[in-house]
Write a protein of this length. Structure first.
Length: 385
């Protein structure tokens, strides 16, 4: 049975701040560009976030794009802080399979090679996800959609078989606001293949690579807002249904795109994580960042607000021993998807003062921010796995 505790709160209540003390930390280790080569392993660096995570039996990683592994300063920051990299875009359908007649995996191959050279875990993202689809897929009739669906999973999972730590097999398949009784999003896959497509994706994925941890990944699960309450309820219902069908789902990816304008209820979040754990699933914080649109213009105060929310979220989350790792959705502010939305003047990511978003652990010059220290503190305080 799906059990949801706690009452939903308004989406518009401003986050209540609590005191946050930043421990003194050393400046970020840097490497000069002339010491780095994209064609050879980077020297392992110490005192990064992954070192702290590994001491507790966890991992810390980041989503990365092609340009970041080819840039020496960015690559150095990745190797300093990460034991895992996620393909932020390289393994998505429109990048890996632009044209119907031939897959195009060169960008994803570079990331996999970077991970292998540098002894990093590789996280796959995302096999079945109907956002940003190539136009040729949208035009497929149901029978051809089934062929493309199977081919997509088989190609991606066999190309890096044995090299991928975990795959987001199905991404963002829920939308409670569409008012279906099962809360499924009305995706092109649902329309063509029916509601069984989610379980089918997991069965197919396990057949292709039994070694990878298979995840369902979704967003807006964390807050006390009513939309998060509905999504938590829908997520538990979906996970229970998949388990009942025997689908080989093994983990939940909690995206954790946190929003400073919302309120958070520690008890409700702790209870949700426990219910996921009781289903026998691992949990990964898969896309951590903080939307600071509602925080003060003063950068120091804003950074403290971002760190405070990060600390509060991770302190509760990492108490659950089925949580196995944390992945930020980028490392530096200039690499954030929120920066792109800011430049596009998307109102959901644009501050009234015009300030540049600061959602990630490192600033645009690769310096550690209060958020970095908040993550480090949470990792240090986490119980051993």
């Amino acid at each position: 049975m799906t059990r949801i505790t706690g009452q939903p709160e308004s989406e518009h209540i401003v986050l209540k701040r609590r005191d946050f003390i930043i421990a003194a930390g050393s400046a970020i280790t840097s490497l000069s560009a002339d010491r780095l080569s994209v064609n050879a392993p980077f020297a392992p660096l110490k005192n990064g976030l992954h070192e702290l995570a590994r001491a507790k039996g966890l991992f810390f990683g980041s989503a990365v794009n092609d340009g970041e592994i080819l840039s020496p300063p960015s690559a150095a920051a990745i190797l300093t802080n990460c034991g895992l990299v996620t393909a932020q875009r390289a393994q998505k359908w429109p990048i890996m399979w632009r044209d119907q007649d031939q897959e195009t995996p060169a960008e994803a191959d570079r990331l996999a090679a970077f991970a292998a050279r540098n002894n990093l875990l590789l996280r796959g993202h995302a096999l079945i996800y109907d956002a940003f689809m190539p136009e040729w897929v949208n035009k497929l009739p149901p029978q051809q959609m089934r062929v493309a669906f199977d081919r997509r999973i088989q190609f991606a999972m066999t190309r890096w078989r044995g090299q991928v730590h975990s795959w987001d097999v199905v991404n963002e398949a829920l939308e409670p606001n569409e008012r279906r009784s099962d809360s499924l999003r009305n995706t092109i896959f649902l329309k063509a293949l029916g509601e069984g497509y989610i379980a089918d994706a997991f069965f197919r994925a396990k057949d292709c690579d039994a070694s990878a941890l298979l995840c369902y990944n979704d967003y807006n699960l964390e807050s006390a807002a009513s939309f998060s309450y509905r999504r938590r309820k829908a997520t538990l219902r979906l996970l229970e249904a998949l388990k009942k069908r025997g689908a080989p789902i093994e983990a939940l990816g909690v995206q954790a795109h946190l929003k400073a304008q919302l309120t958070y209820n520690d008890r409700v979040w702790r209870d949700f994580l426990k219910e996921v754990a009781q289903l026998g699933l691992k949990i990964i914080v898969s896309e951590l960042d903080v939307n600071d649109r509602s925080l003060p213009a003063d950068i120091a105060a804003r950074d403290i607000g971002v760190a405070d929310l990060t600390s509060r979220f991770l302190d509760v989350t990492l108490d659950e021993k089925q949580v196995i790792g944390v992945v930020s959705w980028g490392l530096t502010d200039k690499q954030s998807w929120m920066a792109t939305r800011h430049r596009q003047k998307d109102p959901a990511f644009t501050r009234e003062d015009g300030g540049f978003p600061r959602p990630l652990p490192l600033d645009s010059n690769f310096h550690r921010k209060p958020m970095w220290h908040a993550i480090a503190s949470a990792l240090n305080s986490a119980p051993n796995r």
